[in-house]
Ligand binder design. Structure first.
Ligand code: HEC
Ligand code: HEC
Ligand code: HEC
Length: 474
């Protein structure tokens, strides 16, 4: 969260803080070096990590399975094409295309840079090209990558690849995805390399990450729960990897298991708390509203999906069957509530602007939020903020009862103004223009603060400096 970064402090307090910060950094560096030494030793002398890596439990099973599903041995029966169809569906649930596509003309061929706190990781080509893709991978190699985060050459993969979730996916489903990927047109394209800072460019260090943040193993259904809830848990915790964005991280960038689904900020966007908490989460949404949000990206009167969530809807959740969406919702309902301290739900703020004369002003100021709102936003959202087109697909939504305006921070609102909204679904091509090139940081801050004050949570404010930071994040 970018709030309150510029609070004034007396000079000596600041010097003290700086000293403390240096000390903390030095301590962390020392601890880290010790760990690195320990792990280097462990890799060389420790018990059977090496052997485990070479002979994963899944390998034997996978080798068997590979005969059953892979390649030329099988005639192209309807069983084969059903498998491929299932694999395509599952690849959508897992949203592989979102990360493994940089250029729409080269789907699944990778090349997308993913920014992490440790540097940039570029996604690999997962088309069946034998030289630059995964054409030469065996099914066992593929299972090992998805379940253990280990690449074909035995190298550790970075957790920007969500194997911490994919490990829960059954062998059968992973191999269906593989069967589907095998049918893609091979694309000969070698993505550029990663640019990670030392020591994070040392892949073996992921042993250390895994030690703290990764438990290998398939999803185990809870016999006390309904089949629907178990299906939802399997999808959400596994392929759909909702927690990659919605669960906060610890200092090693692992998911904080004590705060699951309670919301996190990543690359400027706040993936909100989606626990069943009535004020901080989505506990007051109906099942139908949640299904509507996941299948269209809009739940009128509550929220719209922009940024990373718009991509999730566009590439993934809109394709899910009703039954799977219902089961995801059933599972989210069962997620224990976690309060972030909000006093009312994000979508329960705001009043329509009621005096257009106040918005006119005599002299036009470059940074008057109300005037900027009328000039840039009112043509679509109305000067009252109530939107146009009510709840029809692709309508201009009301900014009153909207989670971006009513959230306890103004991140997403500022991001929406900077980057607009792009979402393609079966119902509509939803488009709000981006204002990053038209408006200065001052102006974006002024509109944001006007919108939260008038239509949303008046305690959520943003400074021009904070907008400047958000501008560099996408
Ligand atoms: C959130 C982003 C993201 C998603 C979603 C994602 N991947 Fe990846 N994937 C990555 C990154 C990043 C790497 C590279 C990791 C590395 O270099 O260590 C990777 C690596 C891989 C690899 C190893 C390839 C190689 O050459 O080493 C395979 C296989 C793979 N992904 C398959 C999939 C499949 C199948 C899906 C969908 C079920 C998927 N990925 C979804 C980010 C993602
Ligand atoms: C790539 C990151 C990412 C992933 C993966 C993701 N989300 Fe989101 N989600 C977001 C962001 C960011 C928002 C806020 C969007 C906005 O304000 O426009 C959001 C918003 C939401 C909201 C609306 C909350 C509100 O009050 O506005 C729901 C519900 C939701 N996500 C559910 C899910 C579910 C269920 C999954 C898994 C199927 C999921 N998300 C996966 C990033 C993600
Ligand atoms: C050309 C029409 C248009 C203009 C101009 C416009 N918007 Fe939008 N706005 C949209 C559309 C379309 C959506 C997305 C609707 C949906 O998600 O179904 C949207 C969505 C939003 C959302 C909800 C995003 C979310 O994540 O929940 C906010 C907030 C918003 N606009 C604020 C603004 C502000 C502030 C301005 C002026 C700087 C503005 N809009 C200008 C059309 C417009």
């Amino acid at each position: 969260m970018t709030k309150n970064t510029s609070r004034a402090q007396p000079l000596d307090a600041r010097a003290r803080n700086a000293r403390r910060r240096h000390l903390r950094v030095a301590m962390l560096a020392a601890i880290f070096s010790l760990f690195a030494l320990y792990i280097a030793w462990y890799e060389a002398h420790g018990p059977s990590t090496q052997r485990n890596d070479e002979l994963p439990i899944t390998q034997a099973r996978a080798d068997d399975a590979s005969h059953a599903v892979n390649g030329a041995a099988l005639p192209a029966t309807s069983v084969g094409s059903d498998l491929v169809k299932r694999g395509e569906y599952l690849a959508r649930v897992g949203d592989c295309v979102a990360c493994h596509t940089a250029d729409k003309a080269r789907p699944f061929a990778g090349g997308l840079p993913i920014n992490t706190p440790f540097g940039t990781i570029v996604t690999p080509n997962i088309t069946p090209d034998p030289d630059t893709g995964i054409g030469q991978w065996s099914d066992a190699d593929f299972l090992r990558a998805m379940h253990e985060g280990i690449g074909k050459g035995g190298e550790r993969l970075y957790p920007a690849f969500p194997y911490a979730e994919y490990t829960k996916v059954t062998d059968q489903d992973v191999l269906a995805i593989r069967a589907y990927l095998n049918t893609l047109t091979p694309i000969h394209y070698a993505p550029p390399g990663n640019s990670l800072n030392f020591p994070f460019n040392q892949r073996w260090l992921m042993v250390f990450w895994n030690l703290f943040n990764f438990t290998e193993g398939r999803f185990v259904p809870d016999p006390k729960q309904s089949a629907e809830l178990n299906r939802g848990a399997y999808l959400v915790q596994g392929l759909a990897h909702c927690e990659e964005c919605h669960t906060p991280r610890n200092f090693t960038q692992g998911l904080k298991s004590s705060a699951r689904f309670s919301g996190a900020v990543q690359a400027g966007w706040h993936a909100y708390n989606i626990t069943s908490d009535k004020n901080s989460g989505v506990g007051n949404w109906s099942d139908d509203e949640l299904v509507s949000y996941l299948s269209t990206g809009a739940a009128p009167g509550r929220a719209n999906a922009a940024g990373p969530m718009a991509e999730v809807v566009t590439d993934s959740t809109q394709y899910l069957t009703r039954e799977d969406l219902r089961s995801i919702v059933a599972y989210l309902r069962a997620v224990p509530p976690i309060s972030g301290g909000e006093s009312r739900p994000r979508d329960q703020w705001g009043n329509p602007a009621d005096d257009v004369t106040a918005l006119r002003g005599t002299a036009v100021h470059a940074v008057n939020g109300a005037q900027l709102f009328v000039a840039n936003c009112a043509s679509c959202h109305g000067w009252t903020g109530q939107g146009v087109g009510a709840s029809a697909p692709g309508a201009y939504p009301s900014l009153i009862h909207n989670s971006a305006a009513g959230a306890s921070d103004a991140n997403n609102l500022a991001m929406v103004i900077l980057y607009g909204v792009t979402r393609t679904t079966k119902q509509a091509d939803v488009l709000m223009p981006a204002f990053a090139n038209q408006l200065t940081d001052d102006q974006v801050a002024a509109i944001t603060n006007y919108v939260t004050k008038q239509f949303g949570n008046p305690q959520s404010t943003v400074t021009a400096d904070q907008v400047g930071i958000l501008r560099t994040q996408q």
